[in-house]
Design a protein around this ligand. Structure first.
Ligand code: F3S
Length: 658
């Protein structure tokens, strides 16, 4: 069988029995069950993942490499953050996990530089884990408990994705960034058009794209809901590994000649123009030069995040800002993605140029990307190079977030209006001459290596008062009468469910505390109602649970008694997280039924066990006196997980039986 990249990695990570079936069916299988080589977590999702791992009572992680990054909330405004870091450090030492210290960099940016390996699998407790696809990894996001499962050496099940070949031809013009390709794809596919798909890049245009540029594209595949995105390896990949002083990890990894795909598109990069994602969805795309932005006054600009804070990105922004001053109406915040890149830019004098222009350099972390520092003024317009512009994502609930490339962000910081780079520098093509270094600064001293088993056994895990045990669910009752505690609009993001700014992220795994704020920004009555009802159900619109992989968004409602969500459609990772915590995800068979149901309606079912098997349930709305059907689309294993009350009890059962 001629295989594309995705099929190759999947095939290589199946067991022998599944390999046979995969070949027999020419790759057209429904479900795959793959071995995971590497995992990653970050400080927001990690506490959950390691709490779950501890509950499995194993000595050590069973993956080739697992890495715990501290990058999201590194602001120690009280003891909680420091206590949580110490917990994560000791738990890493105990279980054979690498620990990347606060200040070492954003997980995906450090991972691709120091750990990613072509042809391997990576499961990360973060939706942008797909970033490492830029060097030919099959890298995808999941919930913390799923990562615990992978760390325990158990396989991960996925629906076999559809594989879309994206042919890149031509070359980007100066001042245009691969961010604009990502935004162009969002325009075409929307925030849910990538669900169940892998975007596999190829084409003669690749010879013009360096690895961090490719990573911007794989990173933002997450915004389309894609399972992942992947590039083949080539001479540029090899140069990247050489520059990172780990050539030994490079392999040639390309699709077979004649491999087939489920669909194919071509993007001529020379035709891509600077684009902007307008508030408050990443697929609300416009041309930066559009007349409608003429009078839009910008109050803050952020250049940073795992999407667009590479060496090349920051250097291009610095080239635009060189000799200029940031507009006095604008606050410019810059966060470099890794400590190594920061050191490199420092040595080259780039950081000094940025500071002279008036930029404020923040900590080497996610920071402003998820509202931890750099929050804009109330009702302000903020222009950002990050990947999400949901309401509240900047840390200011009523700010308007526009997503752009670093080139547009830098030009905008100077003018105070959305501006393309060629309006502020004369020789725009010189931006294309800014290349990645042939030798990166390499310094792994802030990555603490795992201890050997004997030393590890002596480690005491230190738990601060913010570390709370993972709440567990019970099996959903076969017969139940419950009330609707919430009815949401379309495109509810996990940020809407459990907010994520400096205040909230400091709570980390403290679900009793986090749950007090569930949906608080948009539906402030929800918590009171859910508590009053005890057990309840949420009604949702399209693309429910899009965005971050944050598991808290499934656990907090579960903790408040939510037994099921019935929605028009649901985002992949959030659906998985609900299942993993025993909450039944259902979709309306007839989406028009959504309109008939209201908050406080009483719903009942009397055959959940049978419905889980059949994949469909009849529910009666006792208040409105009508019945409707909802689909429960679960794999065989997911049914078992729901019946066990969640993934953790399910895994425990597997270990007990083994
Ligand atoms: Fe961090 Fe933002 Fe990326 S929160 S992992 S920089 S999407």
């Amino acid at each position: 069988m001629k295989m594309n990249l995705t099929q190759k990695i999947i095939y290589n990570h199946l067991d022998d029995e599944q390999k046979k079936i995969f070949l027999e069916k020419n790759g057209k299988v429904e479900e795959i069950d793959i071995k995971i080589d590497q995992t990653l977590t970050h400080d927001i999702t990690a506490v959950m993942a390691y709490n779950a791992f501890e509950a499995l009572e194993l000595d050590r992680v069973k993956t080739e490499k697992s890495i715990s990054y501290i990058d999201h909330n590194v602001l120690c405004t009280d003891h909680r953050t420091s206590d949580d870091h110490l917990f994560l450090k000791t738990v890493a030492q105990k279980y054979g996990v690498y620990y990347s210290t606060p200040g070492n960099g954003i997980c995906h940016s450090v991972h691709i530089a120091r750990f990613a390996i072509p042809g391997k699998t990576l499961l990360g407790a973060d939706s942008h884990t797909a970033s490492s696809g830029a060097v030919g990894m099959f890298a995808f996001g999941g919930g913390g408990v799923e990562v615990a499962r992978a760390m325990a050496g158990l396989r991960i099940k996925l629906n076999m994705p559809k594989i879309i070949k994206v042919n890149l031809i031509g070359k980007l013009n100066g001042g245009v960034n691969t961010k604009d390709i990502a935004l162009e794809l969002l325009k075409k596919y929307s925030v849910k058009g990538g669900v169940g798909k892998v975007f596999e890049y190829t084409g003669e245009g690749l010879k013009h794209l360096e690895i961090p540029q490719r990573m911007t594209i794989t990173n933002m595949g997450a915004e389309m809901g894609a399972t992942t995105s992947i590039f083949p390896t080539d001479e540029i990949t090899k140069e990247f590994f050489k520059a990172q002083n780990r050539l030994e990890d490079f392999i040639e990894f390309v699709a077979d000649e004649g491999a087939t795909y489920d669909d194919e598109i071509t993007i001529d990069m020379s035709k891509i123009i600077p684009l902007v994602a307008c508030p408050s969805q990443p697929d609300n795309i416009a041309d930066v030069n559009d007349e409608k932005f003429k009078d839009l006054k910008v109050s803050s600009v952020f250049i940073g995040s795992c999407t667009n804070a590479s060496y090349g990105d920051i250097k291009k922004a610095a080239e635009i800002l060189k000799g200029e001053k940031v507009s006095e109406d604008v606050e410019l915040t810059i966060g470099v993605s890794t400590r190594a890149i920061f050191l490199q830019l420092l040595e080259e004098g780039i950081i000094a140029e940025l500071v002279k222009s008036g930029a404020r350099i923040t900590e080497i972390a996610c920071g402003a990307c998820d509202g931890i520092g750099g929050a804009p003024v109330s009702k302000g317009v903020t222009v950002r190079t990050s990947n999400r512009n949901f309401k509240g994502r900047s840390g200011t609930v009523d700010a308007q977030i526009y997503l752009v490339s670093p080139e547009v962000a830098a030009a905008t910081a100077i003018t105070g209006r959305l501006t393309v780079a060629n309006n502020v520098i004369s020789d725009i093509e010189k931006l294309n001459n800014i290349l990645e270094p042939t030798e990166y600064v390499v310094d792994d001293s802030e990555i603490i290596k795992p201890l050997n088993l004997e030393e590890a056994k002596k480690i005491q895990i230190i738990r601060g008062d913010n570390i709370k045990p993972l709440p567990l669910n019970t099996k959903v009752p076969n017969e139940l009468t419950i009330k609707v505690s919430l009815k949401t609009k379309d495109n509810i993001s996990t940020d809407d469910i459990t907010p994520n700014d400096a205040n909230f992220s400091a709570m980390r795994s403290n679900i009793p505390e986090i749950s007090k704020y569930a949906f608080s920004r948009i539906y402030p009555d929800f918590v009171t109602r859910a508590k009053e009802y005890g057990k309840s159900v949420i009604i949702g619109g399209e693309n429910y649970g899009q965005g971050s992989s944050r598991e808290h968004a499934a656990i907090a409602p579960m903790y408040l008694g939510v037994k099921a969500v019935i929605v028009k459609s649901i985002a992949r990772i959030h659906k998985k997280n609900l299942i993993n915590h025993g909450v039944v995800p259902m979709t309306f068979k007839n989406p028009d039924d959504y309109d008939k149901i209201e908050i406080s309606d009483e719903l009942s079912w009397n055959n959940m066990d049978e419905a889980l098997e059949k994949g469909i349930i009849t529910i009666k709305d006792n208040t409105k006196n009508f019945t409707f059907e909802a689909l429960i689309e679960l794999s065989e294993e997911e049914k078992e997980i729901i019946k066990a009350g969640g993934l953790l009890p399910f895994i425990k059962k597997i270990f007990k039986e083994a």
